[in-house]
Design a protein. Sequence first.
Length: 224
Amino acid sequence: MNLEYSIVYSARKTLTITVERDRSVIVRAPNDTPHEKIEQLIQQKKLWLYEKVRHTQKYDLPIKQKEFVSGTTILYLGRNYKLEVVSDPFDGILFDNKFLVSKSRVSDAPTLLKDWYIKKAKSKIIPLSDFYAKHLGVSFNRILISDLKYRWGSCTPSNKLNFNWRLIKAPMRVIEYVIVHELAHLLEPNHNAQFWATIKTQLPDYLKAKEWLKQSGGLLEQQP
Ligand SMILES: [Zn+2]
């Protein structure tokens, strides 16, 4: 398992590791700290870090790695589809009520599938964000579909929206809920009654989607 972290260099004197509330790992290092030294510290603290990072606040399920073999199921828009490894040589992932990957590319399948997911996420999330923004009467400056860790979406004070590409594995209503949730923050930064009422105007059954994320959000983190 790979532990991801980001490094913040500054004029400080000591090297520290923290796990933020969103469970991202941040190393704060003096300028010019060699990368090996940071890696060494990460290795030393590995067990502690795993415990902290995996400490479940949002996800209830453990992260399991799946193998890319025929019969493996792959989640897309809330449904499981079978993967088939085929002998024809072709690049990338094909989808036609099942996922197809060429035997010659199966070793790259995790990356190919991730690229496929990101493309699909963009093609669904961006137009839906435009749609709901219009309905809510709000506008945003920029939208990014990215590799957010342990968060489904975020909205910055400068009206920039970020969505986790893994959302594309969730049912459409759940994707819509996350979009409307972030857009509603452009009107109301807090999770108060007014905020939930705004969401309800767009998605009367948003509680179901909210509950789905709470119960099954961990599924979206699983690979593939
Ligand atoms: Zn929120």
